[in-house]
Design a protein around this ligand. Structure first.
Ligand code: ADP
Length: 168
C-alpha cells in the first residue's frame, strides 16, 4: 500500500518520477509554480510544451523533466475559482488530480509530487484545495509507492498539521 506525505518545500527540488505543474491552458509558462518549474527544467521544457497545443481545465499532459531532478512533468490546468460555482470548481480540481494520476499510472510512474493546484493566482481557498488534494490522493494510494503534496507556505502547512496530522 502506497503512502501519502505532505511536506513544505519547493517542488522543483524533488527527485521523484513526476512532479505535477499547475499550468495555464496555453502550457507556455506562467508565474508561480509554473514559472519555477520552467526555470529549473530549462528551455527544452517549453519547446516540448509548444508541441502539445495547450490543455483544457481539469485535463493533464505529460512531458520529460529535462534539467529537473524529476524524470517527468505532468502539466494540469486547475480551475480559476471565481469562474465557477463551488461544486463545479471542486469537480474540476478533482479532475486535475485524477487525470494527473491516470497519466502517471499509464506511464508506470510510482512516485508523484503535487503542488497545491489552483490555490495561488487562481484563487481556490487553500484549506479546501488541500482537502480536495488529500481526498483524491487517498483514493489511489494502492496504485503508487508515494504521493506527496508539496506546500509552499507556512500557512497552508499549518492547516495540514491540524487537518491531516497523520500525513505530515
Ligand atoms: P494556480 O495558477 O493554479 O493558482 P500558482 O502557481 O499561482 O498556481 O499556485 C499554486 C500553488 O503553488 C500555490 O499554493 C503556490 O504557493 C505554490 N507554489 C509556488 N511556487 C512553488 C514551488 N516552487 N514549489 C511548490 N509550490 C509552489
Amino acid at each position: 500500500m502506497g503512502k501519502i506525505k505532505i511536506i513544505k518545500g519547493d517542488i522543483t527540488t524533488l527527485s521523484c518520477d513526476a512532479i505535477v505543474n499547475a499550468a495555464n491552458s496555453s502550457l507556455l509558462g506562467g508565474g508561480g509554480v509554473d514559472g519555477a518549474i520552467h526555470h529549473a527544467a530549462g528551455p527544452e521544457l517549453l519547446a516540448e510544451c509548444r508541441t502539445l497545443h495547450g490543455c483544457r481545465t481539469g485535463e493533464a499532459k505529460i512531458t520529460k523533466g529535462y534539467n529537473l531532478p524529476a524524470r517527468f512533468v505532468i502539466h494540469t490546468v486547475g480551475p480559476i475559482y471565481c469562474e465557477h460555482n463551488t461544486a463545479e470548481a471542486e469537480a474540476l480540481l478533482t479532475a486535475c488530480y485524477e487525470n494527473s494520476l491516470k497519466l502517471a499510472r499509464e506511464n508506470g510512474l510510482k512516485t508523484i509530487a503535487f503542488p497545491l493546484i489552483s490555490a495561488g493566482v487562481y484563487g481556490y481557498p487553500q484549506r479546501e484545495a488541500i482537502r480536495v488534494a488529500v481526498e483524491t490522493m487517498k483514493r489511489h494510494t494502492t496504485e503508487f509507492e508515494e504521493l506527496t503534496l508539496v506546500l509552499f507556505g507556512e500557512r497552508e502547512f499549518g492547516y495540514t498539521k491540524e487537518d491531516y496530522p497523520d500525513f505530515v
